[in-house]
Every structure is written in C-alpha cells, then in structure tokens.
Write a protein of this length. Structure first.
Length: 144
C-alpha cells in the first residue's frame, strides 16, 4: 500500500522513487488527521534490478544513507485541510484553498521539497492544467 509520494532522488546509477508505505495517525488538527510516515519503499527507476544495483558498492552505500535518513526523524504530513508547515494563525481562511499544498508550504519545514521538485515541475508545466493539483503527499519533519 502507498500512502504518499515522498519524492524522487538521484544516486550514482539510478533515480529512485521514495514512497510512504506505512503511516501512523498522531493527531487531529482542525478536523484534519495528521500522520507520521513510519515505513518507506525506495524503488529504482533504472531498468536494472535492485539486486544488480546493490552489487555496485557506491550505489549500495548511498542507498543505505538514504534509508537511514528516512528512519532518523519523524516526518509529519497531512492530505490537505491543515497545512502542517505553517502556524495556526497563518492557515488560510478557506481550508480547501485552490492552491496546492506545496505552494503554501513554509520552506523551512518542507524538508523534502528538493525530492518533490521534479514531481511539482511535471504537474505544473506551462500551458498545462495541474495533473495532481493538491500534491497531497507532502512529508516533512518538525523537530521536537
């Protein structure tokens, strides 16, 4: 099961799609469930199999670093309604704003923006309608 797209990351020999495969509900704010990502899937976009890629020492090492980072801190997210990157006072008056969440996110707390950027660019090209207008699968981390 996939609960969200964390983003795309480029390593030496392949790009990887990082998805949220498990989530845990940690709160409800303004009737919006807030989740933390509790497990991830990292899938190569290269035609080589994962086993072939893991035989390459540099790729295996970097992939290990990516996976250790994903589990090193909680990444909170919501599917809309309440934007977890901004304070309550800065929430839009209309919770179902027409703007995608990534447009209103505070970059200080949108930790995976770089990984999301190619997905954002792919859905917001010139002259195109947003293919994925809310990009609801933002994941971020907030230090405790």
């Amino acid at each position: 099961m996939c609960y969200g797209l964390f983003g795309l990351i480029s390593l030496v020999h392949s790009d990887y799609l990082v998805v949220i495969t498990k989530r845990t509900k940690v709160a409800t704010v303004l009737d919006t469930p807030i989740y933390t990502a509790s497990d991830f899937g990292v899938y190569p976009l290269e035609r080589k199999s994962t086993a072939d890629l893991l035989e390459l020492p540099d790729e295996a090492y970097l992939l290990g670093l990516v996976k250790s980072h994903l589990y090193s801190a909680p990444f909170y997210f919501s599917y809309g309604g309440y934007n977890v990157t901004t304070r309550l006072q800065e929430q839009p008056d209309a919770p179902n704003s027409d703007k995608p969440l990534w447009e209103t996110a505070d970059d200080r707390f949108f930790w995976n923006r770089y990984l999301q950027q190619r997905l954002i660019d792919a859905t917001t090209g010139p002259g195109e309608d947003d293919v994925c207008p809310q990009l609801p699968f933002l994941a971020l981390s907030i230090s405790r």
